[in-house]
Ligand binder design. Structure first.
Ligand SMILES: Cc1ncc(C[n+]2csc(CCOP(=O)(O)OP(=O)(O)O)c2C)c(N)n1
Length: 518
């Protein structure tokens, strides 16, 4: 009887989703790695997370989880056969077949995972290429953005060499990765970047003035001058601010994606990172969390061969990054990152899958960091110049895409000349204005974290102002100081260090506070 009851209750639970859709519905979708269907994007809206409320009853949250995202059912299909049911261990997470063979799983597959491409090096469509169509308008916009990014890189890099900004990072060689991936997304998708994806922000509408303001750390910078150059961010463009510690953006992206899913948004989170970032614990935590929570997030890895001076051969022993997805139950694809059409197609399709099937997707884009790591680096010290030249010339993603738009009759030499001269002009003007714009005032360093400034920060602010007053030659002259402070009282041990330098400036003299700007 007890067994019958147990069996019966199991059947009822299994059938519940069909009887009561609010308990979640089982959907059929392909669990293979080949994806060709284009499911409706309204799927999540109609079948996404549901919240039931009924009078005074408590809240219940139910998520309809597409069958294909359940790792245990996938594993069951992989590792068990229906014939030898009694030859399997019924383990939490699914049955596992027994074997009498002592066989260790190989550390690598016989063949490396192939790389999906659409265009060959001459910008010709490869035969039988399976890709998402790109209109003339889209193709031209992608190309002009790639060129704009190239020009930004060369001009801002020079600016740093001239000492007019303190630091810069180029995206040279990764223009297709930047622009084509951005083009395949919706403006509602939330971006959690590393630092080598300014093209995504450019595509979304961050202006040349916005870039110049951030690099100069002036009053118009959205970050109020608090960050090093290249730490861009924009609330309105759904672009999280770049943070220096690598890979921290990955678990955050899993969380953002989970929140988008809870709100049944027709959007996903997209996070970018380099091959080096996959050695951080955050990469592994993020993938596992996203897989288990079925979070709609695209993990976009720019495998550009190098993490500063560490080549990928010294970074990991796996077949790149794409295979790591499988270890966590995440679908993935390896794509030619220098082929804009392949990147566009892969991201476009990944986005559909992530949202409609509520699942994470891992994309590994094979590309090359054709510039130095940053303006603090000289990459010729650790890699051969001919390797850099090969990627810059033969495998250049911008040239390859240009050939394709030209072959389509969408682009001519005169368009190229006009575009390059107009972008350069706009950029130089943006820099001229940004350079003249006043810096944010000193108090901005202390604002926006606490509602009420705690006493220790108040004290730090006073000390900073004092230091600026005592050493004005070490601080920019265009930093205004507005906040008025009551007379300072400083503990004796600080007083000696800070105030001994200037005789006419003591805590009680207070003369320095009357200056308007430093
Ligand atoms: C947690 C952390 N460790 C180390 C660093 C120093 N660091 C800055 S960039 C970088 C290399 C990152 O390489 P990769 O992720 O491959 O990106 P790429 O620069 O190649 O685009 C390292 C180690 C850091 N910023 N944060």
């Amino acid at each position: 009887m007890a067994i019958w009851l147990l069996a019966r209750s199991r059947t009822i639970i299994q059938r519940l989703p069909k009887m009561m859709p609010c308990f979640g519905v089982l959907y059929h979708s392909s669990s293979s790695f080949h994806y060709s269907a284009s499911p409706s994007s309204s799927f999540l809206m109609s079948h996404g997370p549901r919240r039931l409320t009924s009078g005074t009853t408590p809240f219940f949250f139910f998520f309809s989880r597409p069958e294909s995202t359940k790792a245990h059912t996938q594993l069951e299909q992989l590792y068990t056969s229906e014939d030898d049911d009694d030859q399997a261990i019924d383990f939490p997470g699914g049955k596992v077949a027994y074997t009498c063979e002592m066989r260790f799983i190989s550390e690598s597959a016989e063949k490396r995972v192939p790389c999906y491409r659409v265009l060959d090096d001459n910008g010709e469509l490869v035969s039988h290429s399976n890709h998402v169509q790109v209109s003339k308008e889209m193709g031209v916009k992608m190309y002009t953005n790639m060129v704009t990014l190239q020009i930004m890189d060369s001009v801002f890099y020079e600016l740093q060499r001239q000492g007019r900004i303190s630091f810069y990072v180029t995206s040279m060689g990764e223009e297709a990765v930047n622009i084509a991936s951005a083009a395949a997304l919706s403006a509602h998708d939330v971006i959690l970047p590393q630092y080598r994806e300014p093209g995504v922000l450019l595509w979304r509408g961050f202006t040349l003035e916005d870039f110049a303001n951030q690099l100069m750390g002036n009053k118009a910078d959205f970050g109020k001058g608090r960050q090093m150059p290249i730490h861009y961010g924009s609330n309105s463009l759904n672009y999280f601010t770049v943070s220096s510690p690598i890979a921290t953006q990955l678990p955050q992206a899993a969380g953002v994606a989970y929140s988008l899913k809870m709100d049944a948004k027709n959007a996903c989170a997209v996070t970018y990172f380099g091959d080096g970032s996959t050695s951080e614990g955050d990469f592994h935590a993020a993938l596992n969390f996203a897989a288990v929570m079925e979070a709609p997030v695209i993990f976009f890895c720019r495998n550009n061969g190098w993490a500063i001076s560490t080549p990928v051969q010294e970074q990991f022993r796996s077949d790149g990054i794409v295979v790591k997805g499988q270890g966590y139950g995440i679908r993935g694809i390896r794509v030619d990152g220098n082929d804009a059409l392949a990147v566009y197609s892969a991201v476009h399709t990944a986005r559909e899958m992530a949202i409609t099937e509520s699942r994470p997707i891992l994309i590994e884009a094979l590309t090359y960091r054709a510039g130095h790591h940053s303006t603090s680096d000289d990459s010729t010290k650790y890699r051969p110049i001919h390797e850099i030249e090969y990627w810059k010339m033969t495998r250049n993603p911008v040239n390859r895409f240009k050939k394709w738009v030209e072959k389509n009759g969408w682009w001519e030499d005169k368009d190229e000349v006009e575009l390059r001269s107009s972008v350069k002009k706009q950029l130089l003007e943006a820099i001229r204005v940004a350079e003249k714009t006043e810096k944010p005032s000193v108090e901005e360093i202390f604002n926006d974290v606490y509602d009420q400034l705690p006493s220790n920060l108040e004290e730090q602010e006073r000390l900073l102002r004092q230091a600026i007053h005592n050493h004005p030659e070490d601080y920019p002259s265009d930093v205004p100081s507005r906040r008025h402070f009551p007379p300072i009282s400083v503990p004796e041990e600080y007083a000696e260090d800070i105030f001994s330098v200037s005789s006419n400036c003591s805590p009680s003299a207070n003369g320095w506070r009357e200056r308007d700007s430093y």
